[in-house]
Each structure stands twice: as C-alpha cells, then as structure tokens.
Design a protein around this ligand. Structure first.
Ligand SMILES: [Zn+2]
Length: 374
C-alpha cells in the first residue's frame, strides 16, 4: 500500500515538474555575435600568432553556442557569422532585431598600445563618451568606416566625433537594467571563476548595443596586445574557460529573470544558500527583519535623488558600483509581482523582483527557501 502511495506521489511530482518545464522561457532566442570577420581582422595581437581578434571571437562564440545548445536544446541560437565573413554592424543589429531575440551577446578582444594593459570588460548601452569608454567605443565602432556609404547606413553616426553622439542618443534605455544584469554576471564569472582582471561593466556608446531592441552586451575577453592574455585567449583551454564563463552567466541571468517574471510560476531551486554580502545603503536602510521583496526599476552609475515613482516610495541600494532603485517592500513574493506588473504597465519594461534577507540582497530562490523554513 505504502508503495502505491509513493508511486502516486512520484507521478504528481512528475506532473508538476513537466508543467513547469512547459512554461515559456524568458530567454528563448539568443543572438551570438562574433566580432569583426572577413576583411576586418579586428585587433592584430602581438604578431606572435596567425590568429587575430576575429578568429578568437569566432572560436569563443561557437563554443558558447555549443554549450547553450547542449544545455537548452529548445533555445534558438542565431549567429551573426559562423565563419570568416564580414557582416556590417548594421547587418548584425538588423539580424538581432528581425530574430526577435531576447539577448544579444557580442564577443571581442581588447587591445592597447601598452602591452601591460590587461583585463576583461563588458559594455552596455551608454550615450556619453567618457575617458573610460572612449577607446573601446572608437575601436569597436570604427569598422563602419570600411563601408562606402556608412554615413547613410548609420544615420550620420561618426565614432570619432563626440558631437555625433547627440544625434545617436535616442533614449533607448528600456533594456538597460537587464543589459547591466547580464554584463555584471559575465564580469563576475570572469573574475571569480577564470581569475581574469575585472575592468568592470561600462556604459559605452557602441552601435551594436544601441541599435538592438533587446538586452545587449559587448564583451571584451581580454587584451590580445598583452602577451600573457594573448596566449590564454589563443589556447583551447582559455577559450573554453571564457565560453563557459559566459555560458554560466547566461544561465544565472535566465534563472533570475524567470524567477522574477510575473508571467511565470515560481519554481524554487532547492539548493544554494549563498548569501550576497551586498548591503543596502544606510541612508534608506529598512528596519524590517526577515525576507523582503522589492521591485528593481532602474539602475544608474550615478546616485540620483528620486522620491517616488508611480506613488511608490523609491529606495536605493548600491551594488558593484551601480545604484539600483527599487519600489515596494513586500513580505510576499506575489505582492511584489503585482507591483512589478504595475511597473511594467507604466513603462518600466524590465522591472524585476529582487529579495533581501535582513537588508542583505539574496537570490529569489534563497528567499523562498528561507520563508519555507520559517
Ligand atoms: Zn572588436
């Protein structure tokens, strides 16, 4: 009798598991963009290898695609190139937009005149040339000069002119939060798991991350002008490490979005009780103990004073040099999801739910598990 009960229980669990699996994923289509190609070699490296930036970018991109395909057979992977061809920057962003992609990842290698420069960086949409991003912006945008009619194709956008960025500056900030989220996860993986020097997440005026209608990031794997990073990036193991790091970042990103999406049921993951050491800024520290769910609606590199949005009081906390603005202080996830829905309806399209335990940010699944144990 007992045995029948267990079989019955197992069937019930299987039923729930399959209904969860049948749900629509929030990351169904990913565009993988190997930088440069064909007549555009990208950065040349130190000259010790026949391979330049375009080869390394393609190798890592194809590896990443294989890992994604193996882990998520249902996911659609769109490549801007799978061999040594030269799609223009506009071809790449048009393809991404026409594919209705949920994520765009562009893979490149950095380069500098000083061979000592090193490290990995991730770039999301930005509108201003700053000292920190000018070099990468000019380097990665300048490929448009290879096109005869670039002025026509790129709406007068000139990578070398700081003024031209004004014409370029449509307020395409809809997907900025999610772009920053994936960029931070990529940097975290590079730093923690592949031991790369972390140059951080930067907001950079780049054609490919600006012209795409989806969360987008341009990754600079490392400096191929630096001999040791060039050796690493030319090695089979180095390429596998970098591709796996981006793969894990996408996996985390997908999981985080799915857990906080209002349209999807919550499927708590019953492990990982790692608690993030991130603290709320003292000025808005809440005194509430236990688990609190909030809705993150905005991210900024600068600390702005925002009193309220849609009649909700706005809180701010700092995480990895970014200021993150939230509304709602809910003890129940469902309540937070209702607020998220309101935020989405009011134009904050990539608002998502985050969780805190005693003022420390934790993962949604950890928060759910913690509440269950109470
Ligand atoms: Zn490049």
């Amino acid at each position: 009798m007992k045995r029948h009960y267990f079989i019955f229980l197992a069937l019930i669990m299987l039923f729930f598991a399959s209904s969860v699996l049948a749900q629509k994923s929030v990351v169904q289509t990913i565009v993988l963009d190997a930088g440069h190609g064909g007549i555009d070699s990208g950065a040349p490296g130190t000259g010790r290898y026949a391979k330049t930036e375009k080869h390394i970018a393609l190798d890592v991109t194809l590896k990443l695609g294989e890992y994604l395909k193996a882990a998520y057979p249902e996911m659609k992977i769109v490549y801007t190139r799978t061999n040594d061809t030269f799609p223009t920057l506009k071809d790449r962003t048009d393809l991404a937009n026409n594919s209705n992609a949920d994520l765009f990842i562009s893979i490149h290698c950095d380069s500098f005149t000083k061979t000592s420069a090193k490290g990995s960086s991730s770039h999301v949409m930005g509108l201003r040339y700053t000292e920190a991003n000018l070099r990468v912006a000019q380097k990665e945008n300048s490929v448009i000069f290879l096109e005869d009619n670039y002025e026509e194709n790129y709406d007068g956008f000139d990578p070398n002119s700081p003024e031209s960025i004004i014409a370029f500056s449509l307020s395409q900030t809809t997907y900025l939060d999610q772009s920053i989220l994936i960029a931070q996860k990529i940097q975290e993986q590079f730093r923690e798991r592949v031991n790369r020097t972390d140059r951080g997440v930067k907001q950079t005026p780049l054609w490919v991350t600006r012209a795409t209608n989806m969360p987008s990031v341009l990754v600079e794997l490392g400096f191929i002008s630096n001999p040791s990073e060039e050796d690493f990036l030319n090695s089979e193991i180095g390429q596998s490490y970098m591709a796996s790091a981006i793969f894990r970042a996408i996996k985390d990103y997908k999981k985080e979005l799915e857990l906080s999406s209002p349209n999807l049921a919550v499927t708590p993951v019953l492990n990982e009780t790692k608690i993030d050491s991130t603290k709320l800024l003292p000025k808005n520290e809440t005194t509430q103990k236990g688990v609190i769910f909030k809705v993150q609606i905005k991210t900024s590199l600068e600390d702005k004073e925002i009193a309220s949005i849609m009649n909700f009081k706005v809180d701010v906390f700092k995480e990895k040099n970014m200021f993150k603005y939230t509304i709602g202080n809910e003890m129940q996830l469902e309540k937070a999801k209702e607020i998220q829905k309101i935020a989405v309806e009011n134009g904050y399209k990539d608002a998502f739910v985050i969780a805190f335990l005693n003022n420390k940010k934790i993962g949604i699944s950890d928060a759910i598990n913690f509440q269950k144990q109470q």
